[in-house]
Ligand binder design. Structure first.
Ligand SMILES: [Zn+2]
Length: 315
């Protein structure tokens, strides 16, 4: 049975009051989620969604899957930058990886595992849950899990939906993930966003009725709404001090670990520029790429980080 780990803080006598998962479907109570002590020494969860620069959904209107083979691969280079930064900071992280990428770069997967990181699934070819039937989704996640396990030699426990595409209309996907042997999902971003988001969802980890653990991306509650502080384009746009403040507040005032993510291509300012993409998508993808490495270094140094499974599962 999966159980939330609360790090050493719980053992030091933190309270274990029940925490209502605000907005969780059916008002579920995460009764096994112990609240953590009010300290900033919590371990937070660091993750990276491993995909090529040309596979992001912002480019889907101009770049079809059939064209993917015509681009030069940059993922080994950019994932290598992330591996170096993690190594220098002494951080282990979770790599939510596309089956498509793993098939083409098996040695990279083995290097990730050898460095002590967790391999998890980002699906096979970046299809959104919202664009698949239940059967198609089952096939996609089963295929990705098998490929990743074959190459890594590790059991794949975690899944992150492309574009955080598990929301109010696709909660059935959580049953499929549980049926196919996944133990946790990190696929919901409880914010208002034009491409994804389930603003009423729980802000913190909760167990679904089927037994899957859902670990939403981090937000902070301010001005009557959920503000994102779990990475993505926001991390390159908002001042670093906002993220520092928000994660400190999550840890100290709410006793919760942060769940942070980024992409390899965000560490690759030299990546080829895509043409014909909408202005908004262009801005989101390319803004402040040159600042990313420095910012990430600072974030890795300012907080404690670990793999998703080590923070949230009893592994
Ligand atoms: Zn993705």
């Amino acid at each position: 049975m999966t159980r939330i780990l609360t790090t050493g803080n719980e053992q030091r006598g933190a309270g274990t009051a029940l925490r209502k998962t605000r907005g969780a479907p059916d008002g579920r109570v995460a009764s096994d989620i112990g609240s953590m002590s009010r300290t900033t020494s919590l371990r937070n969860a660091m993750s990276i969604d491993v995909e090529e620069f040309f596979q992001v959904w912002a480019f889907a209107s101009t770049t079809s899957r059939d064209e993917w083979g015509s681009f030069d691969s940059r993922v080994e280079y950019s994932t290598g930058v992330a591996l170096r930064l993690f190594d220098e900071a002494g951080v282990r992280a979770t790599f939510f990886t596309l089956g498509w990428v793993a098939e083409k770069h098996p040695q990279m997967i083995r290097e990730i595992v050898a460095a002590g990181h967790e391999i998890a699934s980002h699906g096979y070819d970046h299809a959104k849950v919202t664009e698949q039937t239940r059967d198609e989704f089952r096939k996609d996640v089963t295929r990705a899990k098998a490929i990743l396990e074959d190459i890594s030699g590790q059991e794949v426990l975690g899944f992150r939906a492309p574009s955080f595409s598990i929301g109010a209309d696709t909660l059935w996907a959580q049953d499929v993930l549980h049926d196919t042997g996944h133990r946790y999902s990190s696929s919901i971003f409880p914010v208002v966003h034009d491409h994804y988001g389930m603003p009423d969802a729980s802000r913190f980890a909760y167990r679904t009725e089927c037994g899957l653990l859902e670990v939403p991306m981090s937000t902070i509650r301010a001005f009557g709404r959920n503000l994102p502080c779990g990475g993505g384009g926001y991390f390159r746009v908002a001042p670093y001090r906002y993220f520092q403040w928000a994660i400190r507040r999550l840890n100290a005032a709410e006793g919760q670990p942060a769940v942070f993510y980024f992409h390899p291509w965000e560490l690759d300012p030299e990546q080829p520029r895509m043409s014909g993409i909408p202005l908004k998508s262009r801005f989101r993808h390319y803004v402040n790429l040159r600042r990313m490495e420095r910012r990430l270094e600072r974030l890795l140094a300012d907080f404690k980080w670990d793999r998703m499974d080590k923070v949230f599962l009893d592994t």
